[in-house]
Design a protein around this ligand. Structure first.
Ligand SMILES: *[C@@H]1O[C@H](CO)[C@@H](O)[C@H](O)[C@H]1NC(C)=O
Ligand SMILES: *[C@@H]1O[C@H](CO)[C@@H](O)[C@H](O)[C@H]1NC(C)=O
Ligand SMILES: *[C@@H]1O[C@H](CO)[C@@H](O)[C@H](O)[C@H]1NC(C)=O
Ligand SMILES: *[C@@H]1O[C@H](CO)[C@@H](O)[C@H](O)[C@H]1NC(C)=O
Length: 378
């Protein structure tokens, strides 16, 4: 039985932490895994609409120092660890992690610090590249208020190379210690097999906490509406315009991208010449996951079309790198723009060196679009 996939009713919680979690049942026989012999896998999946990670099946966990689920705990920092393993016919590429914590947390994957978790009522979304066969998730949870409930609630949505996803949650199969995290507790080389199992403090649906909300998948704040030079005073001629941005961090290996985009009036987004998606709303943004970035050069191209009057396109792109870092790229005056759409304009090999830089119409929030676009939640 895969205990991790079982959702316990709340009445089961009081005994849940006494039950030893079943051993991991996803181990592959030698030669069975498609990625046994390869350090990374090549994603064959196409870009897809962003899939939310969602807290809804996850559980609040802590050490069990207080035997009552959701009971008060001392001011403390506690280690929580889980080795999430890839089903043997799959290859993990990258993950969305959503995490809420009472009161704070720091998240590490395979020993690398990825970011910090959100507050009890406001989850945080993190994006990270993964190893193909297994990934060690380590969290330092902090209870900063004396005699108060303590817990961490997280969901890890894993994108596999074939375009499917897997969901992993915080539950009673995680390992923990009722002490401060030992030195280097986040490293895969630390053996946690003698640590205790985590104690469930409640489910997302039923706990002493108010159900945490999730932030927008990415912010538009910090990004800009851009257009071509023929946008004067916010208005532009009717027609389609081309925009391009090539991202190249030559010392790093790019893995996945998450893109948030909106246009007045229509856009079609391409990555390395392949169509990602289209949209036609300037009051809502669309989000996509690109699981198949190239290691170094990646070209984002947009065909944006104006029907009348105000014209603009706005995007925020988050790239995850193999070393655990990420980079945010926004539409700005560094994008290239063209009044025409030449044959092959979206391809990565197209030469845009003669194109003009895009014209910044205004930062996100500027009239007539304002600062309240509908953005999908992480
Ligand atoms: C949890 O959320 C996901 C994504 O929004 C949804 O597909 C699923 O049906 C939900 N499950 C439950 C048990 O609410
Ligand atoms: C990007 O990396 C920074 C630095 O580690 C981290 O603080 C931030 O949360 C990360 N952003 C996402 C969305 O993962
Ligand atoms: C995670 O599990 C896999 C599969 O059993 C194993 O090969 C790997 O060494 C484990 N990693 C850690 C850090 O425990
Ligand atoms: C650009 O988008 C417009 C509106 O969807 C479409 O009519 C036009 O054919 C597209 N042009 C190219 C070159 O893809």
């Amino acid at each position: 039985m895969v205990f991790a996939a079982t959702v316990l009713p709340f009445v089961g919680l009081f005994t849940a932490f006494l039950v030893a979690a079943a051993p991991n049942s996803q181990l592959c026989a030698r030669g069975q895994s498609v990625v046994d012999s390869t350090p990374t896998c090549k994603a064959t999946a196409s870009p897809q609409a962003f899939q939310p990670a969602s807290f809804n099946v996850s559980k609040w966990i802590w050490t069990g120092e207080n035997l009552t689920p959701g009971g008060n705990n001392i001011v403390s920092t506690r280690p929580l660890r889980k080795n999430i393993t890839t089903p043997c016919d799959k290859c993990a590429v990258c993950a969305t992690i959503v995490i809420a914590s009472d009161d704070a947390s720091t998240v590490y994957i395979n020993g690398v610090r990825i970011g910090t978790g959100g507050a009890p009522r406001q989850g945080q979304a993190l994006f990270a590249a993964l190893q193909p066969t297994w990934n060690l998730i380590a969290i330092a949870g902090q209870n900063t208020v004396a005699n108060s409930a303590a817990g961490v609630l997280a969901t890890i949505l894993v994108h596999y190379s074939d375009g499917t996803t897997g969901t992993f949650i915080t539950d009673e199969s995680w390992r923990t210690l009722s002490t401060a995290p030992p030195a280097n507790f986040q490293l895969p080389s630390v053996d946690d097999s003698s640590w205790a199992f985590a104690a469930v403090q409640g489910t997302f649906q039923n706990s002493v906490w108010v159900q945490p909300t999730l932030p927008p998948v990415l912010p538009l704040t910090g990004s800009n509406w851009i257009w071509t030079s023929d946008n004067v005073g916010g208005n532009a001629p009717v027609g389609s315009r081309a925009f391009r941005k090539t991202i190249n961090q030559c010392a790093k290996v790019a893995v996945c991208a998450t893109v948030l985009i909106s246009a007045d009036n229509h856009y079609t987004l391409y990555v390395n010449g392949a169509t990602v998606g289209s949209g036609s709303s300037f009051s809502a943004a669309d989000a996509y996951t690109i699981p198949n970035l190239l290691p170094t050069f990646n070209t984002f191209a947009i065909n944006a079309t104006n029907d009348a009057g105000p014209a603009g396109v706005i995007a925020t792109i988050l790239i995850t790198y193999r070393d655990g870092s990420n980079e945010t790229v926004v539409t700005d005056g560094s994008w290239k723009s063209s009044l025409t759409l030449p044959q092959g304009f979206a391809s990565s090999s197209f030469d845009d060196s003669a194109w003009q830089n895009a014209k910044v119409v205004g930062a996100y929030g500027v009239s007539p679009w304002g600062g309240a676009l509908t953005i999908p939640r992480a």
